[in-house]
Write a protein that binds this ligand. Sequence first.
Ligand code: AMP
Length: 362
Amino acid sequence: MFSKIKKIGILGGGQLGRMSALSAAHLGFKIHILCPEKDCPASLVTPYFTCADYEDFKALEEFAGNVDVITYEFENIPLKTIEFLEKFKPVYPKSNLLEISQNRLNEKDFLNSLNILTAPWAPCRKPDDIDDILTKWDTQECIIKTTRFGYDGKGQLKHDVNSKSQESWNDLNTDEAVIEGIIDFDFEISVVIARDVRGQSAAYPAVKNEHKNHILSKTIAPAPNLSPEIAKQASDMAHKIADAVDLVGILALELFVTKDGGLIANEIAPRTHNSGHWTMDACAVSQFDNHIRCVAGLSVGATTPHSAAEMINLIGDDVNGLDQYLTMDHAHVHLYGKEDVKPGRKMGHVNILKMPHKELSA
Ligand code: AMP
């Protein structure tokens, strides 16, 4: 089916918006970016750009008038912005998913309502709650996370019975948090799933994620040493979530694999995900292609990889070591067009294909 959609609006101008815009161009769509930062990575690959705040409602209305459908590339867009835009044009994923994933308490509630296991958790709104919960759980330590705006390990800390709860609370600098039991996991995985407007969905194989300083440094796809049963369970969870929220577009589910082979859901990202970047070179239809297809009303594409792959993030100074990848067999370098190298800043990534791989399964 040929899409009636001609121009897609994207809120947010980072690398995820940029790679979505590049996929959109391959599929014949125009992209209009709205982002508060001038010269953001996505604005450099399309002529249609509005530099405006996410709460500039006049600019938002004009933006909506210029596009046929709207999506977003990061989850911290204010909910009221999405609800406002929904009055003018379809916005995918819809605001229900954003509402769930923007607040860790909503997210855990939602996951548990689908019988998906999470770490033990409890809401925390004052320092005394921390001591009360540790006593109630009869445990020595926990992780406390702000309910909103946490990413790459920011907005969270480890707390133990020897720490002062008032100090931990002050460090978090919030009025609402979630306390989580610490999971003694073996490794971390994620599943990226795409779902189209007709409700057809396809999940990429579960991948293993490794972090440095709380930032994703490497993804191995498919996840090695993951039994087919656990891989299927992870994929089934992603399908269950996607159906429950009537997803249109992409979402990612982050999970812990426990030492006894169990799965514990940690987080949902309502967007394309860093752990899905390997699909750009190891699958015929990447996560960005699938996101654009789905929001534009086209059919979701197959998620079966043609190669196994490793994705290496180029973070901060890593980008200065680019030469080793430029001459490497089966290595595809992606750079995001960011001029300033800063510690912790994602400058690009490299997908190294492992070929041939005989036993790939979606
Ligand atoms: P998050 O911001 O929830 O994605 O957490 C960032 C990282 O902290 C995760 O990738 C884990 O490595 C670690 N982490 C988060 N929650 C827990 C938990 N309940 N138990 C153990 N490690 C955790």
